[in-house]
Design a protein around this ligand. Structure first.
Ligand code: PGA
Length: 256
């Protein structure tokens, strides 16, 4: 399976600035069959970027979606609307869960994304409180089991799961705690055994596991070399073309 490097721009970069960043990235990054690069801009940027990006180098993803295809839901975007614009959709990011998104909504969104032929990037991970109380594996298993409630074994095959220890996410205050490879392996073991229990060995064969806690050009290699890590979900460092392209180039170098 090829590696996957996903940029989550969060609520940053209006269309003009988004185009500029993609142009800069385009100069630095060469197409590479071993590493897929996905940019998840704000929804507003998806349409212009879908027309501008070089699809041999970049794919697009949305950061959120509604679980219905249409209806009276002010301010929402449906999975049907994303078809043709995005390939991936981030579902259940901890920042959305912190705003009230429930496990049941995450499960419906995941199924809606798959139903519409898009690839979900399901985010799961424990808070600082859970981490300090040794609840990481329980939280990860509970969130995963709840999220997969509406998926068949076949549907689960193509999804991407990002483990994001919430205590390691940069919330904009400059305070970053880097998870260790052992933290990640521990969570991945819980994820893999849950998938195996629910779906048998086939359940994990085609699922890609990303590390979604904080990373940067200095830490990405250690994460990319950690057992079972198929790629990274990058937040803050993806807003800067130098740091994001360095992360992509590191992944490309490691795949050679
Ligand atoms: P960060 O965000 O890289 O800015 O810490 C990661 C994430 O939200 O997945």
């Amino acid at each position: 399976m090829n590696k996957l490097i996903v940029a989550n721009w969060k609520m940053n970069l209006a269309p003009g600035a988004a185009s500029l960043l993609v142009k800069r990235l385009d100069e630095k990054i060469k197409p590479d069959a071993g590493v897929e690069v996905v940019i998840c801009p704000p929804t507003l940027d998806l349409y212009p970027l879908a027309r501008e990006i070089d699809r041999k180098k970049f794919k697009l993803g949305a950061q959120n979606v509604h679980y219905l295809d249409e209806g009276p839901y002010t301010g929402e975007t449906s999975p049907q609307m994303l078809r043709g614009l995005a390939d991936y959709v981030i579902v259940g990011h901890s920042e959305r869960r912190a705003m009230g998104e429930t496990d049941a909504q995450v499960a419906k969104k995941l199924a809606a994304v798959v139903r519409n032929g898009l690839i979900p990037i399901l985010c799961i991970g424990e808070s600082l409180h859970d981490h300090e109380h040794n609840l990481a594996s329980k939280v990860v298993v509970d969130q995963l089991t709840a999220a997969l409630a509406n998926l068949t074994a076949e549907e689960v095959g193509g999804i991407v799961i990002a483990y994001e220890p919430v205590w390691s996410i940069n919330h904009g205050d400059g305070h970053v705690v880097h998870a260790t490879p052992e933290n990640i392996r521990f969570a991945y073991r819980a994820i893999r055994s849950t998938l195996e229990e629910l779906y048998g060995e086939g359940g994990i064969a085609n699922v890609r596991l990303l590390y979604g806690g904080s990373t940067d050009p200095d830490h990405c290699q250690a994460y990319l070399e950690t057992e079972y890590v198929d790629g990274l979900l990058v937040g803050n460092a993806s807003l800067n073309y130098e740091s994001f392209s360095k992360i992509v180039l590191t992944a490309q170098r490691l795949e050679k």
